[in-house]
Design a protein around this ligand. Sequence first.
Ligand code: SF4
Ligand code: SF4
Length: 274
Amino acid sequence: MESPHLCQPDSGKSCGACCGLYNYRGANRSDLVRRLKRRTDAFRNLERYTNEALRSFTAWVRRTEPQGKLLETIYNCEFLGFLDPQCRKVGCLLHPRQHDGKDLRGCSFYGAELCDGHLCLSYQKLTRTEKWAAILSLDDWYLYGICITDIDLCKGFFHMAAERIGAEPSLAVLSRPGVQEALRNFFALKVSWPYRSDDDGRFGKYCLAEDEYREARIPYEEIGCSKSRYDTIFLSLASDFSSVEEIREAERLIALRIDDFVRSCEGPDGPNRA
Ligand code: SF4
Ligand code: SF4
């Protein structure tokens, strides 16, 4: 099983998290679509991509887009946009592939060298199975980018699943439609989780405020129970519980997704056969 490219894995989706995609306070999917579409249209309408034109474009984006950031120290690049007319792929509008081989990223905040050399921690930390699981099951850039950069979410899920299956599923198993559907149903909790905190400074397990962040914790003792075995997943889902009943129901929801996945991995000749 080869290790895949996480940033632009295929023609149906991509990630732009390290270019600041999710670093807008309170932004949901439709806010981001509006923002990226507007700046992509303006970029494509530039007559020429001279340094001066790109500097003016940067200034126009800063002047006319809402700038409320989750974390001040992460730069939200003005040149992140949609690469295709269908708006299925987010990516760099200055990338050489967009300009017949000419690299315009020198005009960006980070510059061409930094942009070109950057690979986030997911490349190192996720196993090939975890990477392929997200790539094969997700076809939406918004959800894909949030999940592929959430190392705890992926590891938390596969850790619990592996305890049941006994081994990591093969690529052939991950390619089955039923397995992909079960994975998609789990990853979709990132946007549909009923116990998600309504604090707009919360991003996964992090509580963000201007130039600081800290890891959230669930106050099990204060709520009246012991730490849940799903704690890692709960934190990644930005959970905020107010009662033991809520925690038990949340555990049931996660257990159901894991059960579905484990069942879907069982092939005709037994568990996890290709
Ligand atoms: S956050 Fe990681 S996967 Fe996403 S674009 Fe950056 S390097 Fe690629
Ligand atoms: S210039 Fe760099 S930071 Fe900006 S969108 Fe391109 S790759 Fe991302």
